[in-house]
Design a protein around this ligand. Structure first.
Ligand SMILES: Nc1ncnc2c1ncn2[C@@H]1O[C@H](COP(=O)(O)OP(=O)(O)OP(=O)(O)O)[C@@H](O)[C@H]1O
Length: 257
């Protein structure tokens, strides 16, 4: 980049004062307490935090799986609740546990997803071709999901969530339980999404993953944002060489098991 070139940062998602309260038999749980943050277009932003910090609750609200109890989420400046169907057509969501239809082949799974988004059969066929090439899934298209290894299942889940060409993809712990070399293959897949210009919201417990992939990380603790910054800045502030050690240092200052 030349010195006089300006980088224009576009805010894709603005989360404003989000609160989420669950009512249970044992009382109410304040899962998110006044959370505000922005997701920049084209970045990989990771949500980190110990179990119960509120990561899945927050990513679920952005994915419109459940509503917030208060606050708003803006997409390019407009509340997503003004036209939630339109917003859903702009995002892809990849849940932690594969929820593939076992009676359908992988190709039929993709067709099913494409029809859900109202794509024409022609567009679906084009997208399947593109995604099969991009994710090296061509040879599995006529197979059923159960024959896929864990890594390929996740690869396929990511491909399926891209069928409608979304601008933002939400990945909920995409590499959990995978062997280290398979995790690294998926890292390349996730980096490839960014290279394509897709904004990525990643929830993960793997600090090495967050460090390698993220432009910024957002650390949640007990429903609040504790810090949000680049991995490099957080490591420097805590005088640590890796994000995991930084995270451990941070936890020392807050009461955790
Ligand atoms: N459907 C629900 N009903 C009641 N309480 C819930 C529900 N979902 C989450 N919670 C509670 O909300 C809080 C935040 O949970 P959440 O799953 O968002 O955290 P998390 O950071 O994603 O945790 P993990 O890393 O374990 O997935 C926790 O106290 C959890 O028990």
């Amino acid at each position: 980049m030349r010195a006089n070139q300006k980088v224009i940062i576009v805010i894709l998602i603005e989360i404003k004062n989000i609160q989420k309260t669950y009512t249970t038999n044992r009382g109410t749980i304040e899962a998110l307490k006044d959370v505000s943050l922005s997701i920049k277009q084209g970045e990989i932003l990771s949500l980190l935090g110990v179990n119960g910090a509120g990561k899945s609750t927050l990513s679920g609200i952005i994915a419109t799986l459940h509503p917030a109890s208060g606050g708003d989420v803006l997409f390019k400046g407009t509340s997503i609740y003004d036209n939630i169907e339109d917003f859903r057509s702009k995002i892809g969501y990849c849940p932690q546990k594969p929820n593939l239809k076992s009676m359908l082949t992988l190709e039929q799974n993709l067709i099913f997803a494409g029809r859900f988004y109202g794509l024409s059969e022609e567009v679906i066929a084009q997208r399947i071709k593109v995604l099969a090439d991009q994710f090296e899934l061509g040879k599995y298209l006529q197979e059923y999901a159960h024959i896929l290894s864990g890594g390929y299942k996740q690869r396929f889940m990511i491909a399926r969530s891209l069928i409608h060409n979304p601008e933002l993809i939400i990945l909920d712990e995409p590499t959990v339980g995978l062997d280290p070399h398979i995790r690294r293959n998926l890292w390349d897949v996730i980096k490839g999404l960014k290279e394509q210009g897709i904004t990525v919201l990643l929830t993960t417990h793997y600090l090495d993953e967050a460090e390698k992939l993220s432009d910024r990380v957002c650390i949640l603790d007990k429903g609040k944002i504790q810090m949000i910054d680049t991995p490099e800045k957080l490591m420097a502030d805590y005088h640590q060489n890796n994000l995991e050690d930084m995270f451990i240092e941070l936890l020392k200052g807050s009461k955790h098991e």
